[in-house]
Design a protein around this ligand. Structure first.
Ligand SMILES: [Zn+2]
Length: 360
């Protein structure tokens, strides 16, 4: 089982509402948490933030730890005369996960209104209609209003944010259920790092950051890494597990340890950094698993900044990501946390120099 403080952090973070482009709730939470550790807070102009924990070593290199704040969701595309809302997707959804789901709609003043994505009952559908998934463009959200004017009076308009509602639940000693483990896991890992090193004078400047708009194209990672200008970066994210069917050969097995992401759609790891990560897990007898991904993470943007920033991803896998019912394994989280601390402890001018030169 994770510690009470880690569970609390995950509950707080996953229950916040932060679609890409409207991450204010998570940002405020992180800002408040970061402040308790001292150091300088920095930000980019898109909404990403970071805390800089300076080393006493004047020649210290800079390490950026990064997780994205945003989650997939929707914005209101239009409001019809019956007071129902049509949706435009923010990030990738499979429409089959949506009908009948509870949603939250955020009004201009930040107040949230409950509702549901309407579904036509089977009684009213032909056999042929029942066999095909409904497209998102044909779905309507019902928040209990009876007219467009009533919706507008609440401060909900075209562009307002919508998410699928979902509470944080401890399912068992092993498993946790919540929305947005992708990527409040990453936000939480940054806080775990600050906690682990709060009384330690590191040989590197540690920058713990949280980016915006990852789900729509790694945008905040680009601007925040520009603001930080790190020598190396570690990206935390949650990747899809593919093990529920019992296929033990598939990439992404819950409970089999942190992921060694050796290839994905927009990034190849720095060889030296990847070796350091794998050697560290071997040395400390931590479980780990190789992982190939068809998707990407913020690493895809960060590693191409300036003349190249050697970047490592430290992901765990989750079932059902991009739904409001993702599931992670507590041991995976804990092992990722240990691996992260052990890797950072080894970073100094010399090892970072070796990492930087590893791909040359
Ligand atoms: Zn993610």
């Amino acid at each position: 089982m994770l510690s009470e403080s880690s569970l609390k952090r995950l509950k707080d973070l996953t229950e916040k509402m932060a679609i890409s482009g409207d991450e204010v709730e998570v940002r405020r939470y992180l800002e408040e948490s970061y402040k308790t550790y001292g150091g300088e807070l920095i930000a980019d102009n898109l909404g990403s933030i970071a805390l800089v924990k300076k080393s006493k070593n004047p020649n210290a290199k800079t390490v950026l730890l990064l997780g994205h704040m945003d989650e997939v969701g929707f914005v209101v595309k239009s409001i019809n005369d019956k007071g129902n809302l049509a949706l435009a997707s923010i990030g990738g959804w499979w429409s089959q996960t949506l009908l009948g789901q509870r949603v939250l709609v955020k009004a201009k003043d930040g107040k949230k209104y409950k509702g549901t994505i309407g579904s036509i009952p089977p009684h009213l559908l032909t056999e042929a209609d029942r066999a095909k998934p409904m497209e998102i463009k044909n779905m309507l959200v019902d928040i209990g209003c009876v007219s467009k004017d009533e919706v507008l009076a609440l401060g909900i308009n075209t562009g307002s944010a919508v998410i699928l509602d979902g509470s944080f639940e401890v399912l068992s000693e092993k498993r946790l259920l919540a929305k947005a483990f992708d990527n409040r896991y990453g936000c939480a890992m940054g806080l775990e790092a600050l906690e682990a090193f709060k009384d330690v004078d590191l040989d590197v400047n540690l920058v713990v950051g949280a980016s915006v708009q990852e789900e729509v194209g790694l945008r905040g990672a680009l601007t925040l890494s520009y603001a930080v200008k790190p020598d190396v970066a570690i990206i935390f994210d949650c990747s899809p597990a593919n093990d529920a069917s019992g296929d033990t050969e598939a990439f992404g097995q819950l409970g089999k340890g942190p992921l060694v992401r050796f290839i994905d759609a927009n990034y190849l790891p720095n060889r030296g950094f990847l070796d350091l990560y794998v050697d560290t897990m071997e040395k400390h007898k931590l479980p780990y698993q190789y992982y190939q991904s068809l998707g990407g993470t913020d690493a895809g943007a960060v590693h191409k900044q300036f003349s190249g920033i050697p970047t490592l991803t430290m992901c765990i896998c989750a079932r059902n990501i991009h739904t409001n019912s993702s599931i992670i394994d507590q041991d995976d989280y804990q092992n990722a946390q240990i691996a992260m601390v052990k890797v950072i402890e080894q970073l100094n001018e010399k090892t970072i120099d070796q990492i930087v030169k590893a791909n040359r």
